[in-house]
Design a protein around this ligand. Structure first.
Ligand SMILES: Nc1nc2c(ncn2[C@@H]2O[C@H](COP(=O)(O)OP(=O)(O)OP(=O)(O)O)[C@@H](O)[C@H]2O)c(=O)[nH]1
Ligand SMILES: [Mg+2]
Length: 201
């Protein structure tokens, strides 16, 4: 059976709050450091190669990019701009910070947060901040440790266990963790189940 996520299609890219869809539905956002592999993860989950734009250059995704899931009105996947990208001009960074802060703190439709991290460099400061923010707001979070194809199976399993152990202290079991690869498609089914569950699909 195919996943409802495979029907995803581009809806809009928002630079400001006014451009966001009405805050009445259900959405799952993909956050993570610049270049971590957010857009690639989205594409893998939706089984489409060119849905979200992927780039070797960090800072590719510069808006909140919304994908709709027809025929499910008001249900969205959201590709967020990456954090930690220093080459963005300072005034633009400040704008983003404010816009994203407000989004995270007020968006009622936000039903789950996927924090995408390179499995070789997980849990940087901003990643922890994102997870902490979600847990404080009572929004479930899922740590997607991507680029697992860059490690052996054994090393990838160890990395997952280490992250689980580290998060269990501050967050109990409110944050789930898995290995993933947009390249080999490892972990796609597991991640889909999480996202579909949050969206009630
Ligand atoms: N080997 C491997 N490379 C990956 C994987 N996921 C992403 N990449 C590569 O990592 C780079 C960045 O991927 P993106 O998906 O554009 O990353 P992003 O997090 O959306 O980046 P920004 O939009 O700039 O924040 C690209 O060169 C991808 O091909 C993966 O699972 N395995
Ligand atoms: Mg991107």
């Amino acid at each position: 059976m195919s996943s409802p996520l495979e029907r995803a299609r581009y809806l809009l890219a928002a630079h400001t709050r006014k451009q966001l869809p009405e805050d009445g539905g259900a959405e799952v956002a993909f956050a993570g450091r610049s270049n971590a592999g957010k857009s690639s993860a989205l594409n893998a989950l939706c089984r489409q190669n060119a849905l979200a734009r992927v780039s070797k250059t960090p800072g590719r995704t510069q808006q909140l990019v919304y994908f709709e899931l027809p025929p499910h009105e008001g249900k969205y996947l959201v590709d967020l701009p990456g954090y930690g990208y220093a080459k963005v001009p300072q005034d633009l960074q400040a704008h983003w910070q404010a816009f994203l802060d407000q989004y995270f703190h007020t968006r009622a439709a936000l039903k789950g947060l996927v924090v995408v991290m390179d499995i070789r460099h997980p849990l940087k400061d901003y990643d922890r901040e994102m997870l902490g923010f979600a847990v404080r707001r009572g929004i479930p979070a899922h740590a997607l440790l991507t680029k697992a194809d860059k490690l052996s199976r054994g090393a990838a399993s160890s990395a997952v266990l280490a992250v689980r152990r580290e998060l269990a202290g501050p967050y109990g079991d409110t944050v789930s963790v898995q290995a993933f690869s947009g390249e080999s498609k490892q972990g796609v089914e597991e991640a889909r189940a999480v996202v579909e569950g949050w969206l009630g699909l």
